[in-house]
Design a protein around this ligand. Sequence first.
Ligand SMILES: C[S@@+](CC[C@H](N)C(=O)[O-])C[C@H]1O[C@@H](n2cnc3c(N)ncnc32)[C@H](O)[C@@H]1O
Length: 228
Amino acid sequence: MASNLFTSDRLTVEDKSTRLYKWMTDRPDSSSTELLQEVYDEQASYYDELLCDKMGWYGWKEGSEFFNGQLEKFGFSKGIRILDAGAGTGLVGKRLSELGYTNITALDISHKMLIQCKEEGCYKEFHQCDLNIDSLDAYNKAFDAVIAIGIFSKALVLPQGMKTLHNCVKKGGLVCISSRSKHFENFGHKAMTEEMVAKGFWKNIGRQDTDNYFTGQISGHYLTFQVQ
Ligand SMILES: C[S@@+](CC[C@H](N)C(=O)[O-])C[C@H]1O[C@@H](n2cnc3c(N)ncnc32)[C@H](O)[C@@H]1O
């Protein structure tokens, strides 16, 4: 179980990086709320050092900048209400704030991740929930745009989480998601985006591919949809 990942106090950040990478590769197809909370609560205090410095995680930066370009293209102002779904330590919110956005809500399953977000000072509101369970009815059509970077993957947020995020966005608003290309195709997320296009829930309006998504060599992509 996940708690075996980091039990020893003597593990270096390199050891944790190796163990985490193995967990990310081998983990089951779905995870319980408790397991996800445990894994991400554990990582919250050293996520940036581990994921960015040691493991080469770039998605937050490329994704935020791609999202900004899409919002500007569609004429959204910097004051729009944005949901950062799976906000982690707040890397996306911080970059969006640097780009001028002022009304961002952080959502995450991990309480400790949300504490890190609070410390960044770039979010207005915070919401702790499991996107695989919570239907977010309180946020129905509440946001102008949603960004979800690095959450649609094996054993994190399941494909139906896209419908939940879609329901939070006003008609004409944007939803930006990212994924490792391999995971996107293998765990039903690609099929869900296509089903939602086919059913008229949203329209695919933008895509950016990258070879630099993770560890400087794993390919991924960013997609934007406009809610219909
Ligand atoms: C890989 S991190 C990405 C964090 C941030 N978006 C970034 O770009 O650095 C995934 C985040 O999603 C959160 N998460 C994972 N599964 C979730 C779920 N089912 N519901 C809500 N948040 C979830 C984790 O706690 C973690 O903070």
